[in-house]
Design a protein around this ligand. Structure first.
Ligand code: TEU
Ligand code: CA
Length: 553
């Protein structure tokens, strides 16, 4: 078994825009991250993943980059970043940046040049095509509604944008593009950053001829394209292999087979990927509505998908472990129970279920507090381009759903649920800003906030803190093999981990019903309870949302 620091690390994801504002403009900033490094250290994380902090018009909150080597004005200056990086390193915290190179902003000078003329030096930096029968070159859709093609009057061609029209796709088949990206990566790595999360990196190689999609609900055919592995091997050879860094590729639609090709211990491409299979289990039955639904996730489906990833990658590649991020609803609202007394219990149960699997855990800011979906009541509270475009497409343009129904879908699935400001304390705006927050603070901040949690031994925060400490103590938590017990049980998720002469037994009740379950391992006398989310553990039943982790040796 290979052993690397990034397999033993815990990552804390900071969405700077919503983390801490320090200059009262209602927008989080880099100095706000520096202010809370001790909080992240106390939690026990080792790496901080920063969502994009580069110069951007913020059409897609920084995922539309206009200059890769300048800091976004709203977030501060390069001096602020240098201070943050040094302060983090002084506290033995690593910084992983967000690499967004499938596309740039349309305000990037490469695109400003490229659109000037058919013969401009930068023309081939992007994907331009002639109209086909006076229409778009193919039927691909943008992830943010509408066509994936935008017609440009100046040169009479369309350009491809898998996301917003202000996010033109780069042409990775052009070696000049690859060189420009690799040079930029050296710029950040030479400053001492410790790795990259790579945005939709499996979309960078488009299929020859850009053929139409054939199935309803599929937006494009870019995933896992013909040269994606060539380009990642080139990136590894020319950049990554020269540094001791951690990489995680965001790979929508990747299978475990794809993941082994991207992250196999001998692949020399990436260390791990974010897979999306467990993020689609509550999608709408109507493919035209995609992720927009109010469906709940079936436990047997979740167990089957996550166990497949554990088994298929074991000894071949390495899993990332996440329940949520800045694109996904809050974990406790989607997979647990965010009402009343069950909220903290189920948030801890979810944490244990995930963190005792094999892989590198990612904690999204606020998950360690059991923060919940915001469930905004009116459209004007939303800011996310994906949510707003989906509303206008389904309600106004296509009349697929009523406004009331679409607002229910937004409450369940909108990315803004995860982007409400971090809840630091019970003062105005949860201590996030003294200004007007760019996105409303969740109304439950007086009850759910870091100040309360850090001092409460039974809090979700201190449960996550204890898990992070256990990870450093017991190698089996990182390297043990995974085995699912009782796949068909629709109330309890039980699994074991095995390493050498030790076993872990992890049992989680995903329901508010008390259940009786016996596991041979839990009858063994030589068991030690490592952690549980109830203060006492005197009986063999599983109370609502109860989780127990035993070490058996
Ligand atoms: O997200 C990629 C992606 O697949 C998103 O479309 C996501 O799955 C979807 O929004 C969930 O409904 C990455 C970034 O994480 C996201 O914030 C960006 O908007 C997107 O790429 C474009 O850069
Ligand atoms: Ca600010």
């Amino acid at each position: 078994m290979e052993k690397h620091w990034w397999q033993e690390a815990v990552v804390y994801q900071v969405y700077p825009r919503s983390f801490q504002d320090t200059n009262d403009d209602g927008i989080g900033d880099l100095n706000g991250v520096t202010e809370h490094l001790d909080y992240i250290k106390k939690l026990g994380a080792d790496v901080i993943w920063l969502n994009p902090i580069y110069q951007s018009p913020n059409d897609d909150n920084g995922y539309d980059i206009a200059d890769y080597e300048k800091i976004m004005t709203e977030f501060g200056t390069m001096a602020d970043f240098n201070r943050l990086l040094k302060a983090a390193h002084d506290k033995k915290l690593k910084i992983m940046m967000d690499l967004v190179v499938n596309h740039t902003s349309d305000e990037h000078h490469w695109f400003v040049e490229s659109r000037k003329s058919l013969t401009n030096d930068y023309r081939d930096y992007y994907i331009w095509r002639d109209p086909k029968n006076d229409q778009e070159p193919n039927n691909w859709k943008s992830a943010f509604s509408g066509s994936a093609w935008q017609f440009d009057e100046a040169t009479g061609q369309y350009y491809l944008h898998l996301f917003s029209k202000k996010q033109p796709d780069l042409n990775w088949d052009n070696s000049d593009v690859r060189k420009s990206v690799f040079d930029m990566m050296h710029f950040w790595l030479d400053k001492g950053v410790d790795g990259f999360r790579m945005d939709v990196i499996n979309l960078i190689s488009k299929p020859e001829g850009l053929p139409d999609v054939k199935t309803e609900g599929q937006t494009n055919l870019a995933a896992n394209g013909p040269h994606v592995h060539d380009y990642l091997k080139e990136m590894n050879d020319k950049v990554l292999s020269h540094y001791d860094v951690m990489t995680v590729g965001e790979t929508p639609d990747a299978t475990t087979r794809d993941a082994i090709r991207y992250t196999g211990f001998d692949s020399h491409e990436l260390e791990m990927v974010f897979q999306f299979e467990h993020m689609g289990l509550d999608a709408n039955e109507d493919a035209a509505l995609g992720k927009w639904s109010t469906n709940s996730v079936k436990l047997t489906d979740l167990k089957q998908v996550m166990s497949k990833w554990q088994i298929d990658l074991n000894d071949k590649a390495w899993n990332s472990l996440y329940w949520n991020n800045h694109d996904q609803p809050r974990a406790v609202s989607r997979f647990g129970n965010d009402q009343g007394k069950y909220r903290a219990l189920s948030a801890k149960m979810l944490g244990a279920t995930l963190h005792f699997m094999q892989g590198t855990p990612y904690i999204y800011q606020g998950e360690e507090l059991g923060m919940t979906n915001a469930k905004f009541k009116s459209l004007d509270q939303y800011r996310d381009i994906e949510s707003l475009n989906a509303y206008h497409e389904f309600v106004d343009q296509k009349q697929l759903v009523s406004s009331t129904q679409m607002l229910k879908y937004l409450q369940h699935s909108s990315r803004d649920n995860a982007r409400t400001p971090m809840q630091w304390d019970d003062t105005d705006n949860a201590g996030f800003t003294k200004g007007i927050p760019w996105l409303s603070v969740n109304t439950n901040y007086k009850k759910i906030n870091a100040a309360q949690a850090v001092n409460d031994k039974q809090s979700v925060f201190n449960f996550y803190r204890k898990m992070n400490l256990l990870r450093k103590q017991y190698e089996i938590i990182v390297y043990g093999d995974y085995q699912l017990l009782d796949p068909d049980d629709d109330q309890v998720w039980a699994f074991t981990r095995h390493l050498g002469d030790q076993d872990l037994l992890v049992i989680s009740n995903f329901t508010e019903r008390t259940v009786q379950r016996w596991y041979d391992l839990s009858q063994q006398s030589n068991k030690t309870e490592l952690i549980s989310n109830y203060a006492d553990d005197e009986n063999e039943t599983l109370r609502p949302y109860e989780c127990k982790v035993y070490l058996i040796q």
